[in-house]
Ligand binder design. Structure first.
Ligand code: BTN
Length: 255
């Protein structure tokens, strides 16, 4: 199935506030499904949970995919996991590194973050108008600002060899085409669940999840077909957590 990312319109920019913002502006002016926005630098890169995303020039991949999927709003958070698996596969193919996934969408190398994904949805009368999947990959930074130094790494830092950014971008789009098609065919993550769980760093580890309802802790078992994280609590009861605005922590730290 041609889902359009590899062959569709590319908008390539030197510098922009945020590729997600730009993709949103293009979406509002009618840009089509599969439009890809890329920039060498972001002046106001955004992360999840209202955080900023460190976006210096020329060291990273900053890209946003505009999707116009025929899905209901409740399915949109699954796209974050689809993208995580796609980027994971692309890094493996291009760099020979095998990142692990911290649910729902951080990619880690040696337990440090190498990629973050920010998925944003726009509704029109309760229906999905468009979804933007923003992907930030740390490619060649050798140093990070002090506040994220302990948690962040880059592909080149971990592999010790140079990474072809263009090649990696093409690979991400190709893997996204494949993973997105598998998601659409099933209507959920059942076709990707096993692959995702094999790469899930939280699996079998104690986690603590904070959401609007409060705190939940236990052992992470893996994701279900909806992409929810299954957690076995101390009393044996298994609860699922939706990949929305939640924060997952290991009992002892970031993982
Ligand atoms: C996170 O882990 O907090 C998500 C980070 C997402 C960063 C990317 S970089 C490209 C796109 N544009 C943005 O402003 N954010 C996303």
């Amino acid at each position: 199935m041609d889902t359009g990312f590899t062959g569709n319109r590319r908008v390539v920019l030197e510098k922009i506030d945020s590729t997600n913002e730009e993709a949103g502006r293009l979406a509002k002016s009618g840009a089509r499904h599969g439009t890809v926005v890329l920039a060498k630098e972001q002046t106001a890169g955004r992360g999840r949970r209202g955080r900023s995303w460190y976006s210096p020039p020329g060291t990273s991949i900053y890209m946003s995919l505009l999707l116009r999927p025929a899905i209901v709003p409740g399915q949109a958070s699954m796209l974050t996991l689809v993208a995580a698996l796609a980027v994971n596969g692309a890094i493996e193919e291009q760099c020979g590194l095998t990142p692990m996934i911290k649910w729902p969408n951080d990619l880690l190398l040696k337990e440090k973050k190498v990629c973050g994904i920010l998925t944003e949805m726009s509704l029109n009368k309760d229906a999905v108008d468009y979804v933007i999947v923003g992907i930030g990959v740390n490619v060649s930074q050798s140093e990070f600002p002090e506040d994220i130094r302990g948690m962040a790494t880059s592909l080149e830092k971990e592999s010790g060899s140079s990474v072809d950014r263009e090649g990696l971008i093409e690979a991400i789009l190709k893997h996204m085409d494949g993973c997105y098609a598998r998601f659409l065919a099933a209507g959920d993550l059942s076709g990707l669940q096993q692959e995702y769980n094999e790469r899930l760093i939280n699996r079998g580890r104690p986690v603590r999840v904070l959401d609007a309802q409060g705190e939940l802790s236990g052992e992470a078992l893996g994701i279900d077909p909806a992409g929810e994280l299954l957690i076995r609590q101390e009393d044996g009861e298994v609860k699922s957590v939706c990949a929305g605005e939640v924060s997952v922590r290991g009992i002892y730290g970031y993982i």
